[in-house]
Design a protein around this ligand. Structure first.
Ligand SMILES: *Cc1c(COP(=O)(O)O)cnc(C)c1O
Length: 229
């Protein structure tokens, strides 16, 4: 087995364990393989090993790779999305994890309408209020969603966060707990068209803790493809 396949096997083992600790089945958690800077042959190895969701954080790279991989996989836009670049991925992205401002909501709605699509999106939340990170602050999320449900061509499917980078992932457990609590609160409001299907949280360094706290979409880059990429 190649190292990418081995890495995926090891991650699946840990995912299953963490899922068990949160009372869920392993297949309730989906892995998004984060392929920024990763060449196509390595991405194909991951697909052969069973990966069916690919995450990119740059518009150009997603658009380029999209045309080169023929398999039936999902494309996730996970990085900061510039408003003037949405057009390039609107027909290619299956889920956008990084809706973080009103101007982007308007543009996504407009572009999706033009291609006859309802774009599934996650709201990016900056739980830890890090100045270096994008995302709405916790208290802004519900008012934002209440406005965004008026846009017919975007569909809110959940929340996403990036926890601060720490040596010991236990330090960011509270961040994941907070996102989970917020998603439950939104779910209980039963807003028209709003589903909390996805909680996108957890990366290579902290995905086990994130799953224990309710993540069902984890975004793994270096854990699959290696640290040097
Ligand atoms: C790069 C990236 C990841 C994956 O990070 P790793 O630590 O390599 O697993 C996840 N989410 C986002 C938004 C990223 O940009």
């Amino acid at each position: 087995m190649n190292s990418i396949a081995l890495n995926i096997q090891e991650i699946r083992r840990k995912v299953a364990k963490a899922a068990g600790l949160s009372g869920r089945k392993p297949d309730a958690i989906d892995i998004v393989a984060v392929t920024k800077t990763i060449p196509i042959p390595d991405i194909e190895k991951a697909i052969t090993a069973g990966i069916c969701k690919i995450g990119e954080n740059r518009v150009q790279e997603l658009a380029k790779k999209h045309g080169k991989i023929n398999n039936q996989i999902e494309w996730h836009m996970i990085g900061h999305l510039q408003t003037n670049k949405t057009r390039q991925i609107i027909d290619k992205a299956d889920l956008i994890h990084s809706l973080d401002r009103w101007s982007l909501a308007l543009e996504l709605n407009k572009r999706s309408a033009l291609v006859g699509k309802i774009m599934p999106v996650l709201i990016q939340v900056n739980i830890a209020k890090e100045e270096t990170k994008f995302g709405l602050y916790q208290k802004e999320v519900i008012p934002f969603i209440e406005e965004a449900i008026q846009l017919p061509n975007i569909a809110i499917k959940g929340l996403m966060t990036m926890a601060p980078f720490v040596e010991n992932p236990e330090e960011v457990r509270s961040v994941f707990k907070a996102l989970f609590t917020l998603s439950k609160k939104i779910e209980s409001m039963e807003l028209k068209g709003v589903k909390m299907d996805y909680l996108s949280m957890g990366m290579t360094n902290d995905y086990e803790v994130a799953i224990e706290e309710g993540a069902n979409l984890i975004r793994i880059g270096s854990g699959i493809f290696g640290k040097n990429n």
